[in-house]
Design a protein around this ligand. Structure first.
Ligand SMILES: [Zn+2]
Length: 115
C-alpha cells in the first residue's frame, strides 16, 4: 500500500534518490516548519507541559521550559534520505510520544550533544 502524504509536499519530496544540496535546503526548511508548527500549537504545548508536571525531565527545573523532540528533527536533514522514509519519520517525530519537556539549558545541552 502506498503511504499517504499528509503534508502537501511538493516536487522535491518525490525524488527517489539523492537530491541536490539546494533542494535539500528547501526540504529541510519545510521539515523544520512542519515540526515547529506542531509543537507551537497551544493544545500540544499544554498537553506536554501538563503531562510532564511543568518541570524539566532532566533536572526538574520549572523555569524556561521548552518542548524538545526526543528523536531530533535534524536527523532528517540529509539529502540521501528518500521521501517515503522522511514522511514516515515526520509522523513519528511530530507525535506527542516524541515530545518532552526540557528547560532551556538542558535543551541546548542536548542539541549540542553534550548530555
Ligand atoms: Zn533542565
Amino acid at each position: 500500500m502506498k503511504k499517504k502524504n499528509p503534508y502537501k509536499l511538493t516536487f522535491y519530496w518525490k525524488t527517489e534518490s539523492k537530491i541536490s544540496t539546494s533542494k535539500c535546503a528547501i526540504r529541510n526548511k519545510r521539515i523544520k516548519g512542519i515540526s515547529s508548527n506542531f509543537i507551537n500549537r497551544p493544545k500540544v504545548k499544554s498537553f506536554i507541559f501538563l503531562r510532564d508536571n511543568f518541570s524539566c525531565l532532566y533536572c526538574n527545573s520549572q523555569e524556561h521550559l521548552t518542548i524538545d523532540h526526543i528523536i531530533p528533527v535534524g536527523s532528517l536533514y540529509n539529502e540521501n534520505l528518500k521521501a517515503d522514509f522522511i514522511i514516515g519519520k515526520l509522523l513519528e517525530i511530530n507525535s506527542l510520544e516524541n515530545l518532552q519537556t526540557l528547560c532551556l539549558s538542558c535543551n541546548v545541552r542536548k542539541s549540542n550533544g553534550t548530555t
